[in-house]
Design a protein around this ligand. Structure first.
Ligand code: FAD
Length: 494
């Protein structure tokens, strides 16, 4: 296994827990720092990977939502649903916490020097695995943007569209920050890009580089004092970066174009940076083959606007462990498992790309500049089936009673799916996506729904019958699944 970020440490920890010998080769993070936001839904993945307690102990800032100035001067203060809380983390701290958990589970971790990374690390990874008969030639590329195996195999594909660079700096304030909620991620769109800010515990900066921070003569005013990473996303070709401008000058010039962020930094003191991060999106032609997988950002990079890169990396690491485990213990399932991983990673990347284009398109009319017009895509507005599902929901709500039956033309066939720690074949509805099929919508088992629906003439009765037969689901999810089944014509209304 190569690369010890969230994807690599997740896959490694799970495989070691399941009894496999795992060697992970990684290189230390560089000097550039980056704070990122993790949505509350990451908790399910932390649980599945077995690191929830360690994440809790790390004491990251827990966020209650986002405050957004998106195509508008009016803030949208968005709290996460049901009071849930996300995490604000510096990537190197998260990486250290997760690698430590992988080591505790028995993963042998080797750290190669920064300059020694790239193909030399890959060669070591491959030969290490070849010597180990248990893993034979399995190599998991978890090297993020470096993508040593992805590039060596010529699988990485960039869009023809514009590139994006993030310039990030850390700012400090002794007073609370003048924002609606100190824990929030802040996002502001402006004429030639967008800016965002993530709060992190100032004390964690002190822990990481005590001598450097002490040299500034600074101590956090309280253990809870927050620094903020403040970043701008710019198009390198359209900014002064392309004409040799310094990152610091470009950074300050971009912030000066913002309405809200310029006021934030006026009230703060500069701590460190700016650091440049390539944030251009890419994907792969294929994510798995015989004996190898591209995991997390090694396979694809989604727009940071989504705040979902780490969640995607954790999910990819989790699935990579299941697929690798299946290949090793159930060789007959090997090809199904590898195809499943490739299809799932492609689907996740495509779904995120659609969502990000949707957001970028939303802000574009407010900012008449090529940064926005080149990233907007009107066709994505109607790309999902939400209107049809809403229509089906209304149809069901208005009907005096429920009268549905499974569409006789529906195809139900075995397709690969996750069950516990293995890929198995299970019966799935096969229609618009014949390779994967679908079995669950919002956690609702569609085959149980299709079987029970014809014998119930009221939705509450059907819901109760479903709960008696299957795992518990919330009523809104059940209603959504029922409306989806009608909208997709898996159930036809009589
Ligand atoms: C500007 C920016 C903002 C972002 N904001 C967010 C956000 O708000 N929320 C969010 O969830 N995500 C965000 N992300 C994305 C997130 O950081 C990544 O998606 C996530 O870190 C991917 O995890 P990974 O394990 O796949 O890769 P990485 O975290 O990149 O880890 C790769 C690991 O491989 C190691 N490595 C690299 N090359 C080699 C080599 N040759 N040999 C050995 N080891 C190697 C690296 O040192 C590192 O340890 C952002 C990214 C950027 C650039």
């Amino acid at each position: 296994m190569i690369g010890g970020g969230p994807a690599g440490s997740s896959a490694a920890r799970l495989l070691a827990t399941w009894g496999h010998a795992v060697r992970l080769i990684t290189r230390p993070a560089g000097d550039a720092r980056l704070a990122v936001s993790l949505p509350p839904s990451c908790h399910k993945l932390f649980d599945a990977i077995g690191v929830s307690a360690a994440i809790e102990r790390a004491g990251f800032v827990r966020s209650t939502g986002n405050t957004v100035w998106w195509g508008s001067r009016e803030p949208r203060v968005e709290a996460f649903a049901s009071g849930a809380r996300g995490w604000q983390v510096e990537t190197d701290v998260l990486e250290a916490v997760m690698l430590d958990e992988a080591a505790r589970a028995g993963v042998a971790i080797e750290r190669v020097a920064g300059g020694q990374g790239g193909s030399s690390a890959f060669a070591q990874g491959a030969s290490a695995d070849e010597k180990d008969p248990h893993l034979h030639s399995f190599v998991l590329d978890c090297t993020g943007r470096s993508g040593v195996l992805a590039r060596a195999k010529g699988l990485r594909k960039y869009d023809d569209g514009p590139r994006t660079i993030a310039l990030v700096a850390s700012w400090r304030r002794d007073q609370p920050w003048p924002v609606p909620d100190e824990t929030h991620t802040l996002v502001e769109s402006y004429e030639t890009g967008w800016a965002w800010s993530v709060p992190v515990l100032a004390a964690q900066a002190l822990d990481r580089a005590p001598s450097a921070v002490a040299a500034l003569g600074w101590k956090p005013s309280s253990p809870q004092a927050l620094d903020r990473h403040i970043a701008v996303m710019v198009d390198p070709q359209r900014s002064d970066l392309a004409r040799g401008g310094s990152a610091g000058d470009v950074y300050l010039a971009e912030i000066a174009k913002t309405a809200v962020f310029s006021e934030l930094i006026a009230a703060a003191s500069f701590e460190a940076g700016p650091w440049g991060w390539d944030a251009s999106t890419y994907r792969s032609d294929q994510y798995a083959g015989d004996g190898w997988l591209l995991v997390g950002d090694a396979g694809s990079f989604i727009d940071p606007l989504s705040s979902a890169g780490v969640k995607k990396a954790l999910a990819s690491g989790w699935l990579a462990a299941i697929v690798t485990h299946t290949c090793l213990v159930r060789p007959a399932m090997r090809q199904h498992a590898l195809d499943f991983f490739s299809a799932r990673e492609a689907e996740v990347e495509a779904a995120h790309a659609r969502t990000s284009r949707h957001f970028l398109t939303e802000a574009a009319p407010s900012h008449p500049h090529p940064f926005w017009s080149e990233r907007a895509d009107e066709s994505v507005k109607d790309a999902d089936d939400t209107p049809q599902v809403s229509e089906a929901f209304e149809q069901l709500r208005r009907a005096p009673s429920l009268s549905v039956r499974p569409n006789p033309a529906i195809r139900i066939e075995p397709r690969p799916a996750v069950s516990g720690r293995e890929i198995v074949m299970e019966q799935r509805i096969v229609d618009s996506d014949p390779s994967a099929g679908v079995r669950h919508v919002r956690g609702v088992d569609l085959l149980v729904l299709l079987e029970l629906a014809p014998s119930h003439s009221h939705v509450p009765d059907l819901f109760e019958a479903y709960l008696r037969r299957s795992s518990p689901v919330a009523l809104p999810d059940f209603l959504y699944a029922l409306a989806t089944a009608v909208a997709r014509r898996w159930l036809v209304v009589e």
